[in-house]
Design a protein around this ligand. Structure first.
Ligand code: HH2
Length: 260
């Protein structure tokens, strides 16, 4: 899954694609480079980010969603707002990416009515305050229980299928993120496929000292290959070509080990 943030303030690519034409070109390039899905978002959810109005989020995302869908891309809409999601699905998006964890009944209704699969992401708290003091007794058990419950409710209410995402960095400290990555299998107990997004996140800064998010590809690849090895079905990434190469090599290595 390639990331296209149509925002001025996203933590790692803010401003780069804050223009419909550039955002569409970036999405099409990601498809050429091997992305199966292009994830279009119009609100930064980085810690402390300012909220965006519904009208502004729609204005940013809908033209990009429509153009990418017209060009044949499978588009997911990265939004916590059911009204924006509904419009994006009408404009051609086929998947809902809800970092709000599908808490809102109206979000479930919108996805079910459109027959759209949903990525359910776990978040503790709200983006504005979520990194102040995230706390868990057992992060794997708690995040897993949330995701499995949310999946059950969604499927009962007519959402056709779900993917589950531990929400790295969303109300989680470095140790929490690493614990979740190390126990991805236990997290969902095979309830649904898992999606992981560690791309350029601040855990990599904490572990390596790299302050510039655009220079965090090496750390991203390590975390994402570990996630793939633990069974992640999809990775949400800013650098598609580099991940395609890494995954090709990793898959060949895995196959060689199985047949050796
Ligand atoms: N992370 C971000 C945004 N959306 N969606 C899912 N399912 N999983 C994630 O880990 C995830 C997500 C944050 O990254 P980014 O979009 O690059 O930044 P920003 O929120 O600042 O736009």
């Amino acid at each position: 899954m390639g990331v296209v943030n149509v925002t001025p303030d996203s933590f790692s690519d803010g401003g780069e694609r804050f223009d419909t034409q550039r955002a569409v070109e970036a999405g099409l390039q990601q498809v050429e480079q091997g992305a199966l899905v292009v994830d279009v978002g119009g609100e930064s959810t980085r810690p402390g980010a300012a909220a965006v109005s519904e009208a502004e989020e729609s204005r940013r995302t809908l033209p990009v969603v429509a153009a990418l869908a017209r060009a044949g891309a499978i588009v997911s809409i990265d939004s916590r707002n059911p009204a924006v999601v509904e419009e994006a699905l009408e404009a051609g998006a086929r998947i809902v990416n809800d970092v709000g964890g599908l808490r809102l009944p109206s979000m479930r209704q919108v996805a079910a009515a459109a027959g759209a699969p949903v990525v359910i992401m776990h978040m503790q708290g709200e983006p504005r305050t979520m990194q102040l003091e995230p706390r868990y007794d057992d992060v794997v058990a708690e995040v897993g229980a949330y995701l499995r419950h949310a999946a059950r409710v969604a499927l009962e209410e007519g959402v056709p299928s779900v993917m589950l995402d531990p929400g790295l960095g969303f109300g989680k400290g470095v140790a929490h993120n690493l614990e979740l990555l190390r126990h991805l299998g236990a997290l969902t107990a095979d309830a649904a496929p898992v999606l992981v997004g560690a791309s350029r996140k601040s855990t990599i800064k904490a572990l390596s000292g790299e302050a510039d998010p655009r220079k965090r590809l090496p750390g991203t690849l390590v975390l994402h290959l570990r996630a793939a090895a633990a069974g992640a079905a999809m990775l949400r990434v800013h650098d598609v070509a580099e991940h395609a190469q890494a995954l090709s090599v990793w898959r060949a290595l895995e196959a060689a080990e199985v047949t050796a």
